[in-house]
Design a protein around this ligand. Structure first.
Ligand code: AMP
Length: 302
């Protein structure tokens, strides 16, 4: 089943203790689409400027990503600059330039209106709602956001949350969004605003899913080669929603597997800057790492 995603398509400048990337391919919709494209068809709604390199579009097309909803307009592409210290779990935003996204009023292509799965990747919550409102009858709506929008557009974000089934955010964002330091209480508060499930991404500590029925925890794979965590959250979402779209089974047991698939995709992405690891990723590697996750978490009673 196809997934419709709206989110940023960006040029990122990133500094980590292990190196840097300048104006490299990035953006929440970009990372999400490429990760999800290993499991299903993806349709992108986004905007880029005249300066967006053709080779990046060619790469997305090479992953069979549908770019009919990705428009190019006069102006500059969205840019984000960030830096990480030795604690790679925390990104420090140095600069956000919305550029062509500031005035983006998307009209989604006709074929996209029947999409059954929608991912509202990290972007202006008004824009997330504007796109969702054009989809006839989505069966599953998942969303992401970040401190920039939690601080900058809190009311608009609360409106979006009313329409979302699964919210995926990191632990700091969970506390910030709820205005509550205790993660359990923060999660319960957010679940009272609309989403039926909350997936909290905790970087190298894995992910937690909270639903009315209970909690599920997945670890992150201990890796010896972490270079750039940028996009890990979006790749997690791409693996997670991509797997759900591929199986179209929204039962608890399958959602748990989807969380592990999200962790698998995030674990690959952090191994190189920008999307460089996903460019050379193969499906057999994904399967092998999924099995490694299974081994990591399996135990029996003594
Ligand atoms: P992640 O590391 O998964 O949280 O996402 C990183 C990506 O989000 C980068 O490639 C950025 O281009 C993009 N990004 C950063 N800030 C924003 C923002 N305010 N709105 C939309 N996308 C953003």
């Amino acid at each position: 089943m196809s997934i419709l995603v709206v989110g940023s398509v960006a040029l990122d400048s990133v500094q980590t203790p292990f190196g840097n990337a300048k104006e490299a391919l990035g953006g929440s919709a970009t990372y999400f689409s490429v990760a999800a494209s290993f499991f299903t068809d993806v349709r992108v709604v986004a905007v880029v400027g005249e300066d967006f390199p053709e080779e990046h579009l060619a790469f997305l097309k090479s992953r069979s990503i549908d770019l009919e909803g990705l428009v190019r307009v006069p102006g500059r592409t969205f840019r984000w600059a960030g830096e990480y210290g030795f604690d790679l779990n925390e990104a420090k935003t140095l600069e956000t330039q919305l550029n062509v996204f500031a005035a983006f009023q998307p009209e989604i292509p006709k074929a996209y209106k029947e999409s059954e799965l929608v991912f509202l990747a990290n972007i202006d919550p008004d824009l997330q709602r504007q796109v969702l409102g054009q989809v006839s009858l989505p069966r599953l709506v998942a969303a992401d956001t970040m401190n920039y929008w939690i601080n900058g557009k809190p009311e608009a974000l609360r409106e979006t949350l009313k329409l979302v089934d699964i919210l995926l955010i990191n632990d700091a964002e969970t506390r910030q969004l709820a205005g509550e330091p205790n993660l359990v209480l923060a999660a319960q508060k957010i679940l009272s605003w609309g989403p039926t499930s909350l997936v909290i991404k905790r970087g190298e500590y894995g992910a937690l899913m909270i639903r009315k029925g209970g909690w599920f925890a997945a670890p992150a794979l201990p890796l010896d080669s972490v270079f750039d965590p940028t996009g890990a959250g979006d790749c997690f979402a791409g693996g997670f929603i991509g797997y759900l779209a591929n199986t179209m089974n929204f039962e608890e047991q399958n959602i748990r597997k989807a969380i592990v698939m999200g962790s698998v995709m995030a674990s690959f992405n952090v191994e190189a800057f920008s999307l460089d690891r996903l460019r050379r990723l193969t499906y057999p590697e994904i399967e092998a790492r999924y099995k490694a996750f299974k081994r990591l978490t399996q135990f029996e009673d003594l």
